[in-house]
Design a protein around this ligand. Structure first.
Ligand code: 9D3
Length: 262
């Protein structure tokens, strides 16, 4: 997959591009990642990319022309890559990171990872001139309901979530396993050596050496924690007899330890 990012702060992307699963995906060629700075497309002496909002009010708005030029440069970059690699061409969808967008979910990350290319547009200040959205944006994404100072961190979140899903990336095997294995549940607790730390022992089931005992314990924990912490994830679930029994066991074993006031 190829991802172009339109941003006033390309230097912020160094860490994500060089380290971890994304870094590996870039180095092995599974992921192409290119940065496009609207400031490089500003035409005045001061390389201006923002201006005051019509109608007044606080803050600044990113101007149309430098943004459209940077998006066009990104589209041209993708066309070059697609032609050289014999990949399906056609414009890459432009995804604007904005608090007004739909929330990023694992399903949306998967849909993005299925694309040959995408252009992520990271806003700064109060956001981009709405005509950019009208003329060049295909989809708007948020990463959740809290206030950040720009779209760069959200764009990096999207890149990380997508990169680990790409065939041939290091996270790909793990992500395929977790989808079949934990099927929408929260993770179970993890332990490593030593057997006792801070006066707390590793659960005996994990030391039993019995794969079936370990598997049942982990599944019970995953079901119980999901029930306690994120019950909405269990709505509409198809329950197997074993899962039902494991959750009942978890609840009876933890009765009186859930912090509830009685
Ligand atoms: C304080 C300014 N706000 C006035 C109501 C609006 C606002 C503008 C720009 C709030 C945040 C931002 C910058 N944020 C993003 O560009 C952003 C974002 C976010 O802040 N939270 C979650 N997801 C995203 S995606 C892009």
């Amino acid at each position: 997959m190829w991802i172009g990012v339109v941003t006033l702060f390309p230097e912020m992307f160094g860490a994500v591009r060089d380290a971890g699963v994304v870094g590996r995906a870039v180095r092995t060629g599974v992921l192409g990642l290119e940065l496009y700075n609207p400031r490089d497309h500003a035409t005045d002496r001061h390389r201006t990319v923002d201006d005051r909002p019509y109608g007044g009010g606080p803050g600044m708005v990113m101007q149309v022309e430098p943004l459209l030029a940077a998006i066009a440069a990104a589209q041209a970059g993708w066309q070059g890559v697609a032609a050289a690699a014999g990949l399906p061409d056609g414009p890459a969808p432009v995804i604007y990171l904005t608090p007004q967008g739909k929330t990023l979910t694992q399903r949306r990350a998967r849909a993005l990872a299925d694309l040959p290319a995408a252009i992520l547009l990271a806003g700064r200040y109060e956001g981009v001139d709405e005509r950019v959205v009208r003329l060049a944006v295909d989809q708007e994404l948020s990463i959740g309901d809290y206030v950040l100072s720009g779209g760069e961190l959200p764009a990096m979140v999207v890149i990380d979530a997508v990169a680990r899903l790409l065939p041939g990336s290091l996270g790909n095997v793990a992500s395929a396993l977790e989808e079949s294995h934990l099927d929408g549940l929260l993770d179970y607790p993890h332990y490593t050596r030593p057997e006792i730390a801070g006066g707390l022992a590793v659960p005996a089931e994990l030391l039993s050496g019995d794969h079936a005992v370990v598997r049942r314990w982990r599944r019970k924990q995953a079901l119980g924690r999901t029930w306690q912490r994120r019950p909405e994830l269990l709505a509409g679930r198809e329950w197997s007899a074993e899962d039902r029994a494991l959750l009942a066991e978890f609840l009876s074993e933890t009765a009186g330890t859930d912090g509830a006031i009685r």
